[in-house]
Design a protein around this ligand. Structure first.
Ligand SMILES: [Zn+2]
Length: 113
């Protein structure tokens, strides 16, 4: 049941899956690099492509209760991070619909800086 279509981002600065190089997000979509993932530093993006979301789960994070979905690469199925489905604290609601990608699992395609 593999998905044949992969979306390609036309930006010169693209974050991709560190395992299979599938494009994930453009640098323009980056909101913040100041997030803590399960494996270390993590980035928050407005928009991420070529991902599959798992079931929504309620999790108590450092910033309060959130409903999140694990996010996997749609090509190689590697774990990448999570998507915010719902936030219960008013000041965290800006994250809803946005996606965290673990730095550990992403790379800068073509080695841009
Ligand atoms: Zn991948």
């Amino acid at each position: 049941m593999g998905k044949l279509f992969r979306e390609y981002l036309n930006n010169s600065c693209v974050y991709s899956c560190s395992n299979c190089h599938t494009h994930l997000a453009a640098e323009d979509a980056l909101v913040s690099k100041a997030f803590q993932g399960r494996l270390g530093r993590a980035y928050l993006f407005n928009e991420v492509v070529n991902i599959e979301c798992g079931p929504a789960e309620e999790k108590m994070l450092m910033t309060g209760l959130h409903s999140i979905r694990d996010v996997h690469c749609s090509h190689c199925r590697a774990y990448l991070g999570w998507k915010y489905e719902m936030a219960f604290e008013q000041e965290q609601k800006y994250k809803v619909g946005k996606v965290i990608l673990e730095k550990e699992h992403t790379q800068k395609e073509n080695g841009w800086r």
